[in-house]
Design a protein around this ligand. Structure first.
Ligand code: UFG
Length: 343
């Protein structure tokens, strides 16, 4: 058996793709997920790709006793990758306390378990949302963290600080925070992908659901921004590239390569893409014409942001390999698979 990793949120979108990369990388994966925002069928998808069904606990991380049970049952755990969290920006504005309670209590419980059960390493899912609207682009890890625009964003900022301070008091443990830019696409096998609940808030699932006929048209939120075509700029990266970065980060933690016991990495392609360019990439990759119209700005949107991923390139030996067109093509394949499953 390989080294054992507990993956919280392992049936979620980024979590499931990371579980696949971990299994194929020889790790022994244990998932904890309460299926709040994911489906048990994802385990089937993981098995179809890897031939392995990871061990699964349907537990809430806020339940400290249950979490303790998992750690007792699993014996020596080499690392935790912590994905599980509430993640909808708009919802967090309406339900701040739920976001604070869930995202903070689960993280603090995990950090306590690390101490109680001598788990040496943690990887934390963070977000480029911590940078707000940056003053200078691209953003490096040294760019200032701006006041959070939503309770969700604050849980990422404060989560990073909780981990940093806890690691400062525990020299024998190590952690990294990974600041994701905009993950898109699905596994090329189309056995796993993004499963948005209800109407998607994010661009690419909205595009694919429109193209397949589930939505009438995509609304482009604003073309009056200070960007080449007026629409917002993001750094879209393929979810499998992102998943692979977790394996690299884990290897760095476990092989003791880092001197510092807490580090932060930007994970992005390093390229800014406008919403209209993203639509064009979808159309080019799939040959499908997308129905869309321009509407007003969405409250809280950042005008433009993209990553300087050179630290991750250099230190983790990681870089993105999949183009936005290929990413769109995999997202489309996944949407079609979902449709075929239902019909
Ligand atoms: N967009 C549209 N129409 C849509 C959906 C999105 O035009 O129907 C635009 C948005 O205005 C934005 C871009 O597409 O310009 C990307 O929007 P997403 O919602 O896909 O992604 P965001 O960058 O807004 O949000 C993502 C994550 C958040 C995270 C944030 C950090 O979803 O969890 O990045 O910047 F906080």
């Amino acid at each position: 058996m390989g080294r054992k990793v507990i993956v919280t949120g392992g049936t979620g979108y980024i979590g499931s793709h990371t579980v696949v990369e971990l299994i194929t990388g020889g790790f022994d994966v244990v998932i904890i997920d309460n299926l709040y925002n994911s489906d048990i069928s994802v385990l089937e998808g993981i098995r179809s790709i890897t031939g392995v069904t990871p061990k699964f606990y349907d537990y809430d991380l806020c339940d400290r006793q249950k979490l303790d049970e998992v750690f007792r049952a699993e014996g020596k755990v080499d690392a935790i990758i912590h994905f599980a969290a509430y993640k909808a920006v708009g919802e967090s504005v309406r339900k701040p306390l739920e976001y604070y309670r869930n995202n903070f209590v689960s993280l603090m419980n995990l950090l306590e378990m690390m101490e109680l059960h001598n788990t040496p390493a943690l990887v934390f899912s963070s977000s480029c949302t911590v940078y707000g609207q940056p003053d200078a682009l691209p953003v490096t890890e040294a760019s200032p963290v701006k006041e959070a625009a939503s309770p969700y964003g604050y849980t990422k900022q404060a989560g990073e600080i909780i981990i940093r301070d806890t690691m400062a008091a525990r020299p024998s443990q190590k952690a990294v925070s990974l600041r994701y830019f905009n993950p898109i696409g699905a596994h090329p096998t189309a056995f796993i992908g993004e499963l948005p609940s209800g109407v998607p808030e994010n661009l690419v699932p909205y595009i694919t659901q429109t193209a397949i006929g589930l939505r009438d048209e995509l609304k482009v939120f604003g073309t009056d921004y200070d960007t080449p075509d007026g629409s917002c700029i993001r750094d879209y990266l393929h979810v499998v590239d992102l998943a692979k970065a977790h394996v690299k980060a884990l290897q760095r933690l476990l092989e003791g390569e880092s001197k510092a016991n807490y580090e932060v990495f930007n994970l992005g392609m390093g390229k800014g893409v406008t919403v209209l360019e993203a639509i064009a990439a979808f159309e080019k990759a799939t040959g499908v014409k997308l129905k869309y119209s321009i509407t007003g700005r969405r409250a809280g949107d950042i005008e433009k942001i993209w990553a300087d991923p050179s630290l991750a390139n250099r230190v983790l030996g990681w870089k993105t390999e999949i183009s936005i067109e290929e990413a769109m093509e995999t997202a489309w394949r996944w949407e079609n698979r979902l449709k075929n499953k239902e019909s």
